[in-house]
Design a protein around this ligand. Structure first.
Ligand SMILES: C[S@@+](CC[C@H](N)C(=O)[O-])C[C@H]1O[C@@H](n2cnc3c(N)ncnc32)[C@H](O)[C@@H]1O
Length: 206
C-alpha cells in the first residue's frame, strides 16, 4: 500500500518540479511536433497537454500508474477540441495493439519506469512503422565529476522521488531500438547538475 508521502506529497512534488520554466520551454519546443494518434507515457500531471495542437492530433492517450497524477492530468489545461483519454497502465506492458499510434511522447518518464529498454520496446511495438518517438529525458551526465555523484546519490534519490533514476543513458537506449533523427543535449539552466543533464529530440520506429 502506498504511503502518505507517496500519495500526498510526491505527486505535488513531481507536478511542481516538472512545471518549472526551463522544463516548460522544452515542452513548448517538442510537443507541437506530435501528430495523428498520440500516446504519452507517464503523463504525470498532464503538463504537456496544453502544447498539443488539436489540428494535428486526432486523439491523445495518456497512461500513468499513479492515480493521484492521473487526477491532476484529467484537470490539466489543454487546447479546446483535443480529444484525451487517460488510462491506468504501465509503459512496460501496454494494453494496445501493435501499430496503434503515430506518435509516442515520453518526457521525464524513462527515468522512473522500472525497465527503460522494455518501455522503449513497447513504444516501438505500439507505433506504426515510420511513427515517431518525441522525447525529452534526464539521465547520465557525460562529465565524470557529475556522473560519480549521480551514482552515489541514486539509491537515496530513487527512494525520495518515486523510483527516479539519475544514471540511465537516454540517447543510447533510444538508439538501440529506434532511428534517431534529431538529438540535442545539455544541462538545464538553474537545475542541479545531478538531475540536469537532459537529452531531447525525435526518433523513428523502423
Ligand atoms: C517525473 S514524472 C514525469 C511526468 C510527465 N511525463 C511530465 O513530463 O511531467 C515521472 C512519471 O512517470 C510515471 N511512471 C512511473 N512508473 C511508470 C510506468 N511503469 N509506466 C508509465 N509511467 C510511469 C510516474 O507516475 C510519473 O507520472
Amino acid at each position: 500500500m502506498a504511503s502518505f508521502y507517496q500519495r500526498h506529497i510526491l505527486p505535488r512534488l513531481i507536478k511542481c518540479a516538472c512545471g518549472c520554466e526551463m522544463v516548460e520551454q522544452k515542452r513548448a519546443a517538442i510537443i507541437p511536433g506530435a501528430s495523428g494518434r498520440v500516446l504519452e507515457l507517464g503523463i504525470g500531471g498532464g503538463l504537456n497537454m496544453k502544447f498539443y495542437d488539436p489540428a494535428r492530433v486526432s486523439g491523445l492517450t495518456g497512461i500513468d500508474p499513479s492515480p493521484e497524477l492521473r487526477a491532476y492530468a484529467q484537470a490539466a489545461p489543454r487546447a479546446a477540441g483535443l480529444a484525451v483519454e487517460i488510462l491506468d497502465a504501465s509503459a512496460d506492458a501496454m494494453p494496445f495493439a501493435h501499430a496503434s499510434f503515430d506518435t509516442v511522447v515520453t518526457t521525464f518518464t524513462l527515468c522512473s519506469v522500472p525497465d527503460a529498454p522494455r518501455a522503449l520496446a513497447e513504444a516501438r511495438r505500439v507505433l506504426r512503422p515510420g511513427g515517431q518517438l518525441l522525447f525529452c529525458e534526464h539521465g547520465s551526465a557525460p562529465d565524470a565529476g557529475v556522473a560519480v555523484w549521480q551514482r552515489r546519490l541514486e539509491p537515496l534519490w530513487k527512494r525520495a522521488f518515486g523510483g527516479c533514476h539519475l544514471t540511465r543513458p537516454v540517447g543510447s537506449n533510444i538508439a538501440a531500438q529506434f532511428t534517431i533523427e534529431q538529438l540535442e543535449s545539455g544541462y538545464m539552466p538553474k537545475a542541479p547538475r545531478l538531475a540536469g543533464w537532459v537529452e531531447w529530440g525525435r526518433a523513428v520506429a523502423v
